[in-house]
Design a protein around this ligand. Sequence first.
Ligand code: DGY
Length: 447
Amino acid sequence: MSATPGVEDERRMDGGAESDGLDEATRRALFDRAAAVIAENDRGSYTVPAKGLYPFQWNWDSCLTALGQSHVDERRAWQEIETLFEHQWEDGMVPHIVFHEHDDGYFPGPGVWGTGRATPTSGISQPPVAGFAVGRLFERARDSELARERARALLEPIDRWHAWFYANRDPERTGLVALIHPWESGRDNSIDWDTAFERVPTEGVAPYQRRDTQHADPAHRPTREQYDRYIWLLERFRRLDWDNARLHEASPFRIVDPGFNAILIRSCLDLATVAEALGESSIAASNRARATRGLAALESLWSEAHGQYVCHDRVSGEAVDSASIGGLLPVLAPIPAARAHALVARLEVLGEGVRYLVPSHDPTDPRFDAKRYWRAPVWLIVNYLIVDGLRLAGEHAMADRIERDSLALIDVSGFAEYYDPISGEPCGGASFTWTAAMVMEFVRVSP
Ligand code: DGY
């Protein structure tokens, strides 16, 4: 069986293993270096994204890290996702951070979130890649009893998380969920949010000291004003006791992100495929239904002017005039072939403005800021998700090019958190876990 029908087969048929142009020894060396980065950040049952900068467990980091781990130790890979789901909230939400251990080196810590959990967690969520990751692990292990048992145990928790998104972040049943905090997107300071974020006040925020800028170059990180707004939203939600039934309406920031929704749609589909293989027809049916509605609604986010998808501001009711990577990520979902093809054309244009694909924002936009977090830099996890979607859509030439660019970045700048798309310089944290995991996925060497 195959959780994401044909992806791994497509790679083999396409000779994907050689498409990066590297010889076997180079690929093996890259794989070993990547595995060492993950081992260095492994805390036993979860992996920190990077020492110092991110000393806890992050939601989508862990799920994507499990893909890399699966090449070395399948049990450890399942455990990474299971540990995250041990901290799922009763309402179904899976938090974006689990604070397993005390560490003063990160702000905002558990005291600021104030979610009152036995093991503290944050109070918002993150891109739901768990269904996608479980689909991939299950597909990879094929019929192993271990995979069947571990996947079966995760089916219901992931299904509840998907249901939670649609119930709490799509109260009017549009088929698309909204973000209520930029941190939920994973693309914290994207240009996509600039206009909507102006609506979030900065007054009255309790005094705080940032820690991220002690670990990473402040010029690579969000600004002070953006942090004030992140914290204002957090404090507002905390005052509402993290009651998810109220947070969507209470947030002055409600953005429908095509990339986030595409990830959710793809995870619903992959979860449905695993559920079908395990005879769980009701979970399969509800996830397929969510994906079908989501895919139909995604079409409303297409922008002819930009030749890609764009965000929708649910508060103003307007499309967001910003061409970011969030509008390319829908290729991860089974969008119409013409749309996938148009996204390839868009990637070609972006490739004329930068040395390394895929920049997280259009380089012709005056707001493009080459080294600042999600305002231009290349992220290997996004490259991986785009490559995966392109291969499913049969767009192998562009997928190969993005893989080559990704590995070239490692060659010039090591396992950074993100990269300047023009110079290739490393940005943010170093020895970064999910970057390493994506390298292991790209080079596909067996240990
Ligand atoms: C951070 O602290 O930079 C994170 O992205 C928030 O999760």
